[in-house]
Design a protein around this ligand. Structure first.
Ligand code: SAM
Length: 285
C-alpha cells in the first residue's frame, strides 16, 4: 500500500489521503471496504473507492441528515434509516427521546461490524439501543414490501454506484412514500451538487411525481469534495421547510440534544440554495 490513497469517485479529479495505518481492507459480500488512519481526518471509511465517512467531519453530515427532518416533523415517533452502516445516523436519531422506534436496513453486515470495531465513535453504542431494530437487507426491497409505517425516513446510502444505485430510483422513492405515515418526511444523501449536478436534477424529477413538496437542503462536508453536499427532501407538507425560527428553537431546546454543527439557524439557512441549483431545479419543472 503506498503512503497515499486516492479517491476514485471522479475520473478527472480526486482527493488523496496519507495512510498511516490500515485497520481493515477486504471485499465484502457487496462492496470493497477499507478503513485507514489519516493524520488530518483520523479514521476514514471507504467503500468501492469512495470516502464514506471520517472521524473528524462525520458530525456535520450525520447531524444535518438527522435533525433537519426530525425537528421539522416535530412529532416523529417511528424512524426508518436506509443504509447508514457506520452508525452515525442511528446515533443522532437515538438522541431524540421522543423517538420510540427506529428500524435500520443496511445491506452489508460487514460495514456494521467493522464500524463498531474501528469507528466506535460513530455509533457510540446506538446499535444496542432498545429502540433500534437492525435489518440486514436491501433497502429497496424493504420499502417496497414492509407493512410497517414510519414518520421520517432517512436514506444514508452510498453514491448511486453499485448496491446504492437502487436507492436513487423512482421505485425506491415510491416505496418510501408507501411506508410513510401522513405528514411524513423523506431525507436522503444526494451528492455534491457542483460535482454531481445530474444527481440533483434526476432526483428532483423522480421525487416530483411522488411528493407534493420536493426540495433540497445543503451542508458543506469537507471530505465530500467539491462544495456543498445536497440532501433531498420529500414530503406532502410544504410548510415543514418554512417553519419559523422560533418553532425550531423551541423544538431544539425541548429535544435537549448536544450538537457540534446543527442549530436552528443553520437548519433554516440550509434550505437557501445557490442560484445554479435553483436554475437546474427550475429546468426540471
Ligand atoms: N455518508 C456516506 C455518504 O454520504 O456517501 C454514506 C455512509 S454509509 C457507510 C452508506 C451505507 O449504505 C453503506 O453501509 C452501504 O453498505 C449501504 N448501502 C448501499 N446500498 C444499499 C442498499 N441497497 N440497501 C441498504 N444499504 C445499502
Amino acid at each position: 500500500m503506498s503512503k497515499y490513497w486516492s479517491e476514485t469517485l471522479y475520473d478527472a479529479y480526486g482527493q488523496s489521503f496519507s495512510v498511516d495505518k490500515i485497520y481493515f481492507e477486504s471485499k465484502t459480500e457487496h462492496q470493497h471496504l477499507m478503513i485507514f488512519h489519516n493524520a488530518m481526518f483520523g479514521r476514514v471509511m471507504v467503500l468501492d473507492g469512495i470516502v464514506q465517512t471520517t472521524e473528524k467531519d462525520e458530525f456535520i453530515y450525520h447531524e444535518m441528515l438527522t435533525h433537519v427532518p426530525l425537528l421539522s416533523h416535530g412529532a416523529a415517533k417511528r424512524v426508518l434509516i436506509i443504509g447508514g452502516g457506520d452508525g452515525g445516523i442511528l446515533r443522532e436519531v437515538c438522541k431524540h427521546k421522543s423517538v420510540e422506534h427506529v428500524t435500520q436496513v443496511e445491506i452489508d453486515q460487514a460495514v456494521i461490524d467493522m464500524a463498531k470495531e474501528y469507528l466506535p465513535g460513530h455509533s457510540k453504542g446506538a446499535f444496542d439501543d432498545s429502540r433500534a431494530n437492525i435489518v440486514i437487507g436491501d433497502g429497496i426491497k424493504f420499502v417496497t414490501e414492509t407493512d410497517e409505517k414510519f414518520d421520517v425516513i432517512i436514506s444514508d446510502s452510498t453514491d448511486p454506484i453499485g448496491p446504492g444505485e437502487v436507492l436513487f430510483t423512482s421505485t425506491f422513492y415510491d416505496g418510501c412514500k408507501r411506508c410513510l405515515n401522513d405528514g411524513g418526511i423523506l431525507a436522503t444523501q444526494n451528492g455534491v451538487a457542483f460535482m454531481q449536478p445530474d444527481e440533483v436534477t434526476t432526483t428532483a424529477k423522480r421525487l416530483a411525481s411522488v411528493f407534493a413538496d420536493r426540495y433540497f437542503y445543503a451542508a458543506a462536508v469537507p471530505t465530500y469534495v467539491g462544495g456543498i453536499m445536497t440532501f433531498a427532501w420529500g414530503t406532502d407538507n410544504p410548510e415543514y421547510r418554512k417553519l419559523a425560527l422560533e418553532i425550531l428553537e423551541q423544538r431544539f431546546a425541548a429535544a435537549n440534544i448536544q450538537t457540534k454543527y446543527y442549530n436552528p439557524e443553520i437548519h433554516r439557512a440550509a434550505f437557501a440554495l445557490p442560484q445554479y441549483i435553483i436554475n437546474a431545479l427550475n429546468e426540471t419543472e
